[in-house]
Ligand binder design. Structure first.
Ligand SMILES: [Zn+2]
Length: 104
């Protein structure tokens, strides 16, 4: 257990969130904490995503709107990451192909 981990005591009390106990808060208080399971988050956006995925039946309309907004932002970032990863793989492929063609 990390010395700055403060989430274990709250995660163990609810019984179901023990797998979320290893969160490094780096000595700061979390920006947000889930009101249903007590899990800490560094950003409010991440807490909104957690509530939408782990507690979907308990969301109010405002929480649902925050979840959808955070989900769309996350989806855009993931799409950008996938394009960059695909570009890196293609670049590596052609680099190795040219090296192979020059060596033989
Ligand atoms: Zn929660």
């Amino acid at each position: 257990m990390h010395p700055t981990d403060r989430s274990r005591s709250t995660a163990d009390t609810d019984g179901g969130a023990a797998s979320h106990a290893e969160i490094d808060l780096r000595g700061d208080e979390p920006a947000a904490r889930c009101p249903y399971c007590g899990r800490p988050f560094r950003e409010r956006r991440l807490e909104a995503l957690h509530r939408g995925f782990d507690h979907p039946d308990r969301l109010s309309d405002r929480d649902r709107a925050a979840f959808e907004r955070a989900y769309l932002e996350e989806r855009t970032e993931i799409r950008r990451y996938r394009l960059l990863a695909l570009g890196a793989v293609i670049l590596c492929y052609f680099c190795f192909l040219f090296v192979y063609a020059l060596v033989l």
